[in-house]
Design a protein around this ligand. Structure first.
Ligand SMILES: [Zn+2]
Length: 213
């Protein structure tokens, strides 16, 4: 065995074969995956039957090839417009604005909301250099002009960036003569919508309040 002479940011064994080291690096880039988890996943895949490994790789490729953003709501979808936008059972007078597609999954789980959605794909964060122009705000304004929307629910996350985004959108949308509401307090402060439980989220929806002047 060679004396270990270098280590990478992932902290994998320096003697790891190049393809193994590469996969560890790739896993390490994923959210919530530290160096130890990246190693564990890689060595798990190493022992996996080739057919299963190929199925996993194909699932990733197929997702990247077939998934696009819905033109009206910007949600991830394999059909454009997405199934929510084309569902005629849904209330077209209400649009719920969320930061990420995962937030839609959380809200849909509650079954308490029957309106449409709009995904911003982020939140305003001056520290990270993210302004309104980096989000799908223009697309939202476009929808409000052409549709008979009566209420916009600002369901951004209850943290600094989410609040800043809601405040910005509130100021932008109120002059349009719509009802602009914000999810009620009670969601875990600083947290993400996607982690809120169904009961809390339903309560936050039902108790939503008009955004003040
Ligand atoms: Zn859609």
């Amino acid at each position: 065995m060679n004396e270990p002479t270098r280590s990478t940011s992932s902290g994998q064994a320096p003697s790891a074969a190049a393809p193994v080291a590469r996969l560890i690096e790739e896993f390490h880039k994923l959210p919530g995956i530290g160096p130890k988890s990246a190693q564990r996943l890689t060595y798990y895949l190493l022992r996996m039957p080739p057919a299963e490994a190929r199925a996993l790789a194909q699932a990733i490729l197929e997702m990247k090839e077939k998934i696009t953003f819905c033109s009206p709501c910007q949600n991830v979808t394999d059909v454009d417009p997405c199934r929510i936008c084309t569902d005629d059972q849904r209330d077209r007078e209400t649009i719920c604005v969320v930061e990420e597609p995962l937030d839609i999954l959380a809200l849909e789980r509650t079954r308490a909301y029957r309106g449409l959605y709009h995904v911003l794909h982020g939140a305003i964060s001056p520290m990270d250099g993210i302004g309104p122009e980096d989000l799908k705000v223009a697309e939202l304004l476009g929808r409000l002009k052409s549709n008979d929307v009566h209420e916009v629910i600002l369901a951004t996350n209850p943290n600094l960036e989410g609040e800043a985004t809601a405040m910005y959108l509130g100021r932008l949308l109120r002059p349009l003569g719509l009802r602009v509401t914000r999810l009620a307090r009670g969601l875990p402060a600083g947290g993400d919508l996607e982690y809120a439980d169904d009961v809390t989220l339903t309560r936050a929806l039902e108790g939503r309040q008009e955004v003040g002047a």
